[in-house]
Design a protein around this ligand. Structure first.
Ligand code: NI
Length: 264
């Protein structure tokens, strides 16, 4: 059994891959026991909620990703907070900071909305799923300053920063998930980080439809069943038995995302 803690299934990319239901069936056949479909704005969060209602093994997270902020309307964050009460909403995310492209939304606005969503997570008793690209220092600073809002912890999704930063984020109660990038031969920094994460903080994801892992790198669209390739490669990198890592990852996902939900 494996788990895909961060995927995007509702964007229409799977129409060309035999449809979404075939994608979900292939994931099940490959032993993927749960998928967390991540929202990145209000519309995608609502679509993820609907998908979770139709499939017992699909859960969702709701949030505004920093690159999408130009489309955010008054009242959208209240809607995100409302979604958090849904029985299958397991996190607020993806939220965070993205400084990658020069025309990304204004950094001050990104920070403000990030903090507002950290507050939503705290108020609704959920963990956060963090998207952070080319913004390690500011992300760390905001999380440190708002540590009281992180009572349920959170996930650094598609972790790509250094192994030194693993220590910093770990101290704040964060978990780390690795996707296709961690299987790429030239991704040395990600390999070092994947080795540095403690066993009780590591998770697997696809971030599909993008970033298909080796040996299918470049194939589009990526899909949840491919999380098994990432899992196998992580076990190799960390010199751990695959079954042991698999068990550990399921435990970690349970602790971070599902404990409260499944005990309701
Ligand atoms: Ni994502």
């Amino acid at each position: 059994m494996s788990i895909d803690v961060h995927c995007h299934l509702t964007g229409g990319e799977y129409d060309r891959a035999g449809g979404l239901s075939a994608v979900l069936e292939r994931a099940r056949a490959a032993g993927v026991s749960a998928m967390i479909c991540s929202g990145f704005d209000l519309e995608s969060s609502l679509a993820a909620k609907e998908l979770s209602e139709q499939n017992s093994d699909v859960y969702f997270s709701a949030g505004f990703q920093p690159e999408e902020l130009s489309r955010m309307k008054e009242g959208d964050l209240s809607e995100i907070a409302r979604l958090a009460a849904h029985p299958k909403c397991v996190a607020i995310g993806e939220i965070g900071l993205d400084y990658h492209f020069p025309d990304n939304p204004d950094r001050e606005l990104q920070k403000e909305v990030f903090i507002r969503q950290l507050k939503i997570a705290d108020e609704t008793g959920l963990p956060v799923v963090i998207h952070s690209r080319d913004a390690a220092a500011d992300t760390l600073e905001i999380l440190k300053e708002n540590k009281p809002l992180l009572k349920r912890g959170g996930l650094m999704h598609c972790y790509s920063y250094s192994s030194e930063m693993v220590r910093e984020f770990s101290a704040l109660g964060m978990y780390f998930s690795f996707g296709g990038t961690s299987t790429f031969k030239n991704a040395k920094k990600v390999h070092e980080s994947a080795k540095a994460v403690a066993s009780d903080r590591i998770l697997t994801e696809t971030d599909c439809p993008y970033l298909t892992p080796e040996p299918f790198r470049g194939v589009f669209p990526n899909e949840p069943k491919n999380v098994n390739h990432t899992l196998a490669n992580l076990a190799l990198l960390r010199e751990e038995k695959e079954e042991e890592l698999e068990r550990q990852i399921l435990e970690n996902a349970e602790r971070l995302f599902f404990r409260l939900k499944t005990k309701k």
